[in-house]
Design a protein around this ligand. Structure first.
Ligand SMILES: O=C(O)CCC(=O)C(=O)O
Ligand SMILES: [Mn+2]
Length: 374
C-alpha cells in the first residue's frame, strides 16, 4: 500500500508515521522525497553567499557557501533543506564532539539519573575500548555510549515540564554556536542566537514521536537541525495532526532549517535506515577524518577516535537541533509558580532525591522510542 492511500482521516500523521516505522515487510520508500536537482516539489534557494567568507566556512568544515545546494519544498514556506555542505573528512569532527565532548558535564544527558556523576562525565572513556574492538558480527553488551539517548546544552530542556529555565543552563558549546551562526547567516537570519541544543542519539530501532517544538519563547527565530550517521525518514506535517506529512530522506551531513510558517509544524522521525550496499557507512563518512587542516574552532578527530565513532555510527544516527529560546533582549517571564523562580533541587530532573526517574522516562519515551511499539 502506498503512503498516499492513507492520507485522509482524523490523525493522518499517525497513520503515515506507522506506515514508515514498519519493518516487516519493509515500507515502500518510493514516495520519500530525496533532495536532488530536477525533483518537481523542490525549488532551489539562493543563499546569502557573501554573508560568510570561504575561509570562515572552511574553519567549521563547510564548503564555500556558493557550492551549497539548498531547497525549499512546495507547500512549506520557511522550511529550508541544505544538502550535506560539509567538506570531505570534516563531519567526523562534529561526530566526535557529539560522542566524546558534548555528553560531558556540565551538559545534561539521559544517563545522569542512572549513574553517579563521575561515570556520567566520562561516557567516552568507559566505552571507547569496547567499541573500537567490536567486530560487527558479534552481539555484545551495550556500552554506556550506546545507552545515550539525548544530551542538552545551553538552556537545558526540561522533559517533564517541557520548559526551559533561566537557572538551569550550562555554556552553549562555542564550536556549535559558530556552526549555527554560519548556517543562520547563510539562510538570512543574522540575529539568530544559539541558546539551547538538544542532541538525539538514534539506533536502528529508534524513532522520534510526532511533536512540535514550541517550548522556546521566541518562535520568530529558526530551528536548525544537523544530522550525522545513518540516514532517516523525516516526516514534515502541518499545524494539525490531521494534515498528512511529507516524508523526506535525511542523509549524513544534511541540515534543515524550520522558520517562519514552518517553525511550528508537526514533525517526527519514524525510521532510521541502515546504509544499503556494501559499506556500513555512507560514502561521506567512509573517507578518513581530515587532520591536516587545523581549525581554531573545532578540534580534529584523530584516527583512533574515528575508529570508535565509526563503530558507533554503523548502527546509529546523531541529530543536533539548535534553538533560540528568548526573543532578542528578552528574558524569562517572572509570573507563575514555575517560571522565573529559583530552581530547587526537586525541579531538576536529574537530581537524586526526587521521583523524576519516571517522569524523565515518560518525557523520553513519549519523544523517542527504541522498540517497535504502538
Ligand atoms: O532527529 C531529527 O531529525 C529531528 C529531531 C527533532 O525534531 C527534535 O530534536 O526536536
Ligand atoms: Mn523537533
Amino acid at each position: 500500500m502506498s503512503a498516499a492511500v492513507l492520507e485522509q482521516g482524523e490523525d493522518a500523521f499517525r497513520k503515515i508515521f506507522r506506515f514508515y516505522r514498519r519493518k516487516n515487510p519493509p515500507a515502500d520508500l518510493s514516495g520519500v522525497l530525496e533532495f536532488r536537482p530536477g525533483e518537481s516539489r523542490l525549488k532551489p534557494v539562493e543563499l546569502r553567499v557573501s554573508a560568510v567568507s570561504d575561509q570562515d566556512a572552511g574553519l567549521l568544515g563547510l564548503q564555500p557557501l556558493h557550492q551549497w545546494s539548498a531547497y525549499h519544498v512546495d507547500g512549506y514556506p520557511g522550511f529550508l533543506f541544505i544538502v550535506n555542505p560539509f567538506l570531505p573528512g570534516w563531519q567526523h569532527r562534529w561526530v566526535r564532539q557529539c560522542l566524546k565532548v558534548y555528553p560531558r558535564k556540565p551538559n545534561v544527558c539521559n544517563l545522569d539519573l542512572h549513574m553517579n556523576l563521575d561515570s556520567a562525565s566520562d561516557l567516552w572513556s568507559s566505552s571507547h575500548a569496547q567499541l573500537r574492538n567490536r567486530s560487527s558480527q558479534k552481539r555484545s553488551e551495550k556500552t554506556l555510549l550506546e545507552k545515550l539517548r539525548w544530551v542538552t546544552v545551553g538552556f537545558h530542556y526540561n522533559w517533564e515540564t517541557k520548559k526551559y529555565y533561566r537557572e538551569h543552563q550550562s555554556p552553549f558549546p562555542v564550536d556549535l554556536a559558530e556552526l549555527s551562526r554560519c548556517v543562520s547567516l547563510a539562510c538570512g537570519f543574522p540575529s539568530f542566537k544559539a541558546e539551547a541544543g538538544i542532541l538525539n542519539y538514534y539506533h536502528m530501532d529508534s524513532s522520534l514521536g510526532i511533536h512540535v517544538d514550541e517550548s522556546e519563547l521566541d518562535h520568530s527565530s529558526p530551528l536548525l537541525s544537523f544530522s550525522f550517521g545513518q540516514s532517516s525518514i523525516f516526516l514534515l506535517g502541518g499545524l494539525s495532526r490531521e494534515i498528512a506529512p511529507t516524508p523526506m530522506m535525511m542523509h549524513s551531513g544534511d541540515i534543515m532549517v524550520m522558520s517562519g510558517a514552518s517553525r511550528l509544524l508537526y514533525h517526527a522521525v519514524p525510521r532510521i535506515l541502515r546504509h544499503p550496499r556494501g559499506s556500513a557507512l555512507p560514502p561521506c563518512l567512509s573517507v578518513p577524518p581530515c587532520n591536516n587542516d587545523s581549525s581554531p574552532v573545532i578540534e580534529p578527530c584523530s584516527p583512533s577516535d574515528w575508529e570508535v565513532c565509526k563503530s558507533y555510527l554503523q548502527s546509529s544516527r546523531i541529530n543536533m537541533t539548535v534553538r533560540q529560546v528568548l526573543e532578542e533582549g528578552g528574558s524569562f517571564p517572572e509570573e507563575g509558580d514555575t517560571h522565573g523562580r529559583e530552581m530547587t533541587k526537586e525541579d531538576s530532573y536529574y537530581s537524586e532525591d526526587n521521583e523524576t526517574q519516571g517522569t524523565e522516562e515518560q518525557g523520553l519515551t513519549k519523544r523517542m522510542k527504541t522498540e517497535e511499539q504502538d
